[in-house]
Design a protein around this ligand. Sequence first.
Ligand code: 5RP
Length: 228
Amino acid sequence: MSDYKQQAAIEAAKLVQPNATIGLGAGSTMTHLINAIRSTPGLAGSLTVASSSFATRQTLLKEGFNVKESGWLAQLDHYFDGCDQFDWRLTALKSGGGVHAAEKVLAAMAKQFVLVGDATKRVDRLTNTYPLVVEVIPEALAYVSARLKEYFNPIRSELRLSDKKDGAVITERGNFLIDNWFESFPEPGVLNDRVSVLPGVLEHSLFYNMAHKAITAGPDGIVIYTKP
Ligand code: 5RP
């Protein structure tokens, strides 16, 4: 079977110029992208790379990349990341890893934020297949859940629990994650506006109007979308 994520990653690697400073997100497509970059002679060693993902960072270090903390960088040439879904506006939903706060910072500092994945990621409108993940400081857990219910009812809001420990998942910053399942996915602009301003919310997993480009691969080949 064709590995469309790998094909999209090979296409994305063509954007990486020698000596660039880039960011890489989480997921299997990013592992393909690392491999594609490594297969271009002389490229990997010339790059400075930051990552929002523990797993991606470990792979980069193992492969000898020059990895830098994102807190010391103000701008990236490119930030590449996968997603759960993206729509016609290249608004993306990223839910799985729970590291969207760090991902959003890298996406914001990039001259070009590029989504990469197989063709199933492209949808006309975001659907309720995936939750909106909201990172909240512990003090705001009940307050933010109540506001989300008020604004977007019917909604199912669940504190993300660990399957490796008895208790909640705690983020790198000591916060909680709330997974929010909508009956029908709200208008992304409204969702972004309402959730972003709630006191106690660090970040949510909707990347509203942030990406500049998306590269997908599927049965119809490579498709490159640019921000409308
Ligand atoms: C993690 C993400 C990932 O980028 C998303 O799950 C894509 O993963 P994959 O490349 O394996 O399809 O958003 O929060």
